[in-house]
Structure formats: structure tokens, C-alpha cells
Design a protein around this ligand. Structure first.
Ligand SMILES: Cc1cc2nc3c(=O)[nH]c(=O)nc-3n(C[C@H](O)[C@H](O)[C@H](O)COP(=O)(O)OP(=O)(O)OC[C@H]3O[C@@H](n4cnc5c(N)ncnc54)[C@H](O)[C@@H]3O)c2cc1C
Length: 365
């Protein structure tokens, strides 16, 4: 089962670079100006070779896979865009309890999740329905419904553009953090494949996310059959417009546009004081003392409710306050103007600065 349209369907076949008029067809927002050149890399060797050739010509390179976490400026990209379309999933190690699977960077992420569920491998089932490629999951330590890839990634094979070497990185080398890693906001390393160490089990890992536990009718900490976890996650996500669906304009987005702000104790107290009668935001305290606060709540309570802006070409999703959507006929400048209005409105109301989750290419907030 693959609930996610394969973005590679629009990609040209491997070979000579082309110069399309815009990158909109390669991003889930359907926004972005033209690249100077665009090339499809069908395997890791082609990815590395195309980057080496661009370096020889002194051309900037943008690595693009599913285009589901990028905002590309209206001026496009003044260099080579490499579309990562490598494929392959194979077992590289196993023992009585675990199986380590190596996944090519261009493999559609949700196809891989479906494969693990069918194969009785536990560890990524709650990440069902997330668009994009397997190779992009380490970039922002993709996470949802109580799981994140940092828990199962055992190694990342990456090409280092500075040293011109291919390296095998350990999880510690990857510097995983909340929606971040050493890869995000740096184009030095290009992910060629990712190893996931999964547990042989017909059951999910313990369900940590309260909303998912409620949907499954279990207590947090319980385990459920893998397929049941996947079905419940896909249903919850679809209800929020968080599964790509060409027929649903609420899914023409990058998912969450802002990360949940992480506040120290003093900043959190200041927020509570400013929130006053509006109430307390949903918050997730960390043992280290910092508190992660719901960005969706802050946006909503600052007056930017679901559907805000829906008479124009860009608007807040009608299903989820955190998703900024392109309704058609808009530009990246329109989208960023809406994002700025929301960021500034939240800051004025609550004194908290929201930061974008997607990577901004040739544009800024
Ligand atoms: C509807 C919707 C729901 C979403 N839900 C979630 C969610 O629940 N949780 C979550 O974490 N994210 C979510 N996202 C964001 C996004 O799907 C993920 O971040 C995904 O991993 C991006 O994959 P991609 O292949 O589309 O990356 P792209 O958008 O193509 O690239 C994103 C960034 O990664 C870089 N990159 C991509 N591939 C490589 C590579 N092989 N090597 C080096 N750099 C690379 C790009 O240069 C760019 O900087 C959602 C997005 C949408 C549209």
C-alpha cells in the first residue's frame, strides 16, 4: 500500500540535464522558480558524479528528492538541481531480535514504511504517511506520533562535498536533535543510503503519543499490531491534511511550516504570564528543564485560525493551523508574506519567535 503519490513520476529520466521553466512540479507546495539545470540521478554513483561535475564547473548544487520540505524562491535556483531517484531496500545484517535494512536515498519513504509493516519489522510504523524520500529523513530527524528516525537509524552513508569522500556516519556523527541534524542547513554531505535497525516483532513499539493511543483505544505504553498502528496513523494524518492527496488543496504544503518553540524555564513562565486568560498552551517539558510548546496553539490563539487567508492564493490549511497551503496561482513571495504575518503576530501577542521547519532555498523569511 502506498498512500503517497510518487513525486518522481514528474521527473525526467536519467541522462542529460534539462532546463525546465520552474521547480514547481518538483515541490509539494507547487511553488518555485526555474533551475539553471536539472538532472535526475538514478543511483548513488550518478548522484556523486553529477555533484563532482558541477563542482568542476563551479556551479552551486541543490539536492532535491520529494520536494516536501523545501520552499524554493520565485527566482528559482542558479545552479544544478539533482533529483535523487535511487532505489533499493536490502537486508545488511540480522540476528535473532533485529534486522538492519539499507535503504537507497531516493526510495519513497512511505513505501519503505509499508514494507517494514508487511515484513513484521517494528520501529517506523508511526512514521506512516510522511511524504518524501528515505534519504531525506535524517536531514531533519523526521518524526511524528511519538517516533523519530533517530531511534532506528544505525548508519548513514554520505558523500562529503568538501573532502570528496564517501563516509559511513554513526548516529552520534549525525547530531540528531528535534527536527534537526548536522545535515540540515548545510549542503556539505549528501545522503546516499540510510541503515535502519528494526526489531522483529508483529507489534508496534510502545505507543507514546496520547492522541494515537486514544485513536487505537489503548493506554500509552501499550503495543498494537503493526498494521493497526499504521492504519490509525494514516487516518489521523488524513484528517489533518497531512497525507498528500492531489484532490485535497489542504495537502499542498510542506506539512508543518513552523517548529514547536523550545523555551527555557524563564521564557516559558513569561509566556504563561502573557497568555493569561487565554489559557495554557499544550506543552511537553523535557527533563533538561526546557519546555516544548505547541506552535499550532500559539498561532491559533494569536488570531490565525484554520482557513485564515483562504480568499487569496495562500492560506492556513482548513484542517491544521500549522500548515500553510498554496491554493493555486500564488507565488513563494505570497507564501512567505503569510508566514511573516503569522510569525510577527505570534511574537507581538506572546513574545515567542517561531522558526520555519522547511529549508528555504534562495528566499528568506
Ligand atoms: C503533507 C506533509 C506532511 C508532513 N509531515 C511530516 C511529519 O509528520 N514529520 C516530519 O518530520 N516531516 C513532515 N513533513 C516534511 C517532509 O515530508 C519531510 O521532511 C521529508 O523527510 C522530506 O523529504 P523530501 O524527500 O521531500 O525532501 P526534500 O524536500 O526534497 O528536501 C528537503 C531538504 O533535505 C535535503 N535533502 C533531500 N534529500 C537529500 C539527500 N539525499 N542528501 C542530502 N540532503 C538531502 C534537501 O536539499 C533539502 O534541504 C511533511 C510534509 C508534507 C508535505
Amino acid at each position: 500500500m502506498n498512500s503517497v503519490p510518487d513525486v518522481s513520476a514528474q521527473a525526467p529520466t536519467t541522462g542529460e540535464p534539462t532546463s525546465p521553466r520552474s521547480l514547481a512540479a518538483y515541490t509539494t507546495l507547487r511553488l518555485g522558480g526555474p533551475p539553471r539545470r536539472l538532472l535526475t540521478a538514478g543511483d548513488a554513483a550518478e548522484t556523486v558524479q553529477s555533484i563532482r561535475e558541477a563542482a568542476f564547473d563551479d556551479q552551486p548544487v541543490l539536492i532535491l528528492a520529494g520536494g516536501s520540505n523545501v520552499v524554493v524562491g520565485d527566482a528559482g535556483f542558479p545552479g544544478l538541481v539533482v533529483l535523487v531517484r535511487s532505489r533499493g531496500v536490502r537486508t545488511v545484517a540480522e540476528d535473532a531480535e533485529t534486522v538492519t535494512v539499507r535503504v537507497a536515498a531516493g526510495e519513497p519513504w512511505d513505501d519503505f514504511v509499508a514494507y517494514t509493516v508487511d515484513a513484521g519489522l517494528s520501529g517506523v510504523e508511526c512514521l506512516s504517511g510522511i511524504p518524501g524520500s528515505a534519504g531525506a529523513t535524517p536531514i531533519q530527524n523526521v518524526g511524528a506520533y511519538g517516533q523519530e528516525v533517530a531511534e532506528t537509524i544505525s548508519a548513514v552513508e554520505a558523500y562529503d562535498r568538501v573532502t570528496d569522500e564517501t563516509l559511513r556516519l554513526t548516529p552520534a556523527d549525525c547530531g540528531f536533535a528535534y527536527r534537526g541534524s548536522v545535515f540540515k542547513h548545510s549542503d556539505r554531505r549528501v545522503v546516499l543510503s540510510v541503515d535502519f535497525r528494526l526489531v522483529r516483532s508483529p507489534l508496534s513499539s510502545p505507543v507514546r503519543y496520547a492522541e494515537l493511543a486514544r485513536a487505537l483505544g489503548v493506554a500509552t505504553g501499550d503495543r498494537v499490531p503493526l498494521a493497526q498502528a499504521r492504519t490509525a496513523v494514516l487516518a489521523l494524518r488524513a484528517g489533518k491534511g497531512m497525507v498528500l492527496d492531489p484532490a485535497d488543496p489542504d495537502t499542498r504544503s510542506v506539512g508543518s511550516f513552523f517548529t514547536n518553540p523550545v523555551l527555557d524555564a524563564a521564557a516559558y513562565e513569561a509566556l504563561l504570564a502573557r497568555a493569561g486568560a487565554v489559557g495554557e498552551p499544550p506543552a511537553w517539558p523535557d527533563p533538561s528543564g526546557v519546555v516544548k510548546v505547541s506552535a499550532a496553539w500559539l498561532i491559533d490563539r494569536a488570531g490565525f485560525t484554520k482557513g485564515y487567508g483562504d480568499r487569496g492564493p495562500v492560506a492556513i490549511s482548513s484542517k491544521h493551523t500549522l500548515a500553510l497551503t498554496h491554493r493555486g496561482g500564488g507565488t513563494t513571495a505570497d507564501l512567505l508574506a503569510l508566514a511573516r504575518e503569522i510569525r510577527d503576530g505570534v511574537h507581538a501577542r506572546f513574545g515567542v519567535t517561531l522558526h520555519p521547519e522547511p529549508v528555504l532555498v534562495n528566499c528568506e523569511l
